[in-house]
Design a protein around this ligand. Sequence first.
Ligand code: SAH
Length: 342
Amino acid sequence: MESAGPSTHHIVPDVTSDSMTSRDYYADSYAHFGIHEEMLKDTVRTGSYRAAIINNGHLFKGKTVLDVGCGTGILSMFAAKAGASHVVGIDMSNIIDQAQKIIEANGFKDTITLVKGKLEEAELPIDQFDIIISEWMGYFLLYESMLDTVLLARDKYLKPKGLIFPDTAKLLFAAIEDQDYKEEKINFWDNVYGFDYSCIKDIALREPLVDTVELKAVVTDPYVIKEINLLTATKEDLTFTAPFSLVATRDDYVHAFLAWFDIVFDCTHKKVKFSTGPHAQYTHWKQTVFYTPSTITIKKGQEITGEISCAPNKRNNRDLDIAISYAVGGEEEETTVDYKMY
Ligand code: SAH
């Protein structure tokens, strides 16, 4: 209730996006500051971009830079600080209204131009750029990832011999011992307060789990299943089937496969890189766990061989269909599981 009178002092926030409702936030998942808070506070992520950009002023000085999916404008500001002559940041989310205030508050109004819209449909104030910067990676690297958009930006806006930050991404694979957690997440459905819920077990198994895994759970050597060079990759390369061969490092049981990715800024002077693997510092991408229907027994030196295929779902191309086939120790019997990330 308001009390009238001249002495009442209301602080009225400046509210361009305060009128947003939960439905708007659902449709525009990047509009709320919370998701940006999580990304900005991921110091491995944001710190790596900062190092790659700020410590490479010789690459940025006097150059034009396109920031694909600029969010709050953090990468655009790094590029401006590194000496770029002009930076264009584009984002289709309402967060860009805040980004505009942020770049103004930090004195970058003349160096950074922000464009609100989908890159695929937008008109940019510059035709050709020297450098593209973007943080496009999703869970399992490719889930909900906007790599398609970055590749399109490259083909349309990057000068010949232009640079992309980052320019290399690798997807890695291993097998893990995960008895306790599999019990809690998968076998839980066998008996829920005495009832048989096992129909859900089949569904749960097919949904990869994004979580952190301890290094000591990894029981094989890692295997690179996909390497993406952003300067040359095509959209078609993101639908792939790759063989793998995982060599056990000890006698143990395997309950799941594990995937993570590594990122390299190959064009930087002292190659900046980071990993989202179980051996590395925590990132908000964690790792991705694919439970197997039954427990595998392996001996040190034995191999689990197979292949993994990955494709955007036909009905919703933001979802990923992942199939893993595997056999142990050269045995004939192969198991195939279809997973779905959504
Ligand atoms: N660069 C920021 C934000 C990264 S999140 C940072 O590093 O903190 C990715 C951003 O890309 C989101 O804000 C999302 O709205 C935007 N985005 C995704 N697809 C896009 C597209 N096709 N066109 C424009 N922006 C896009």
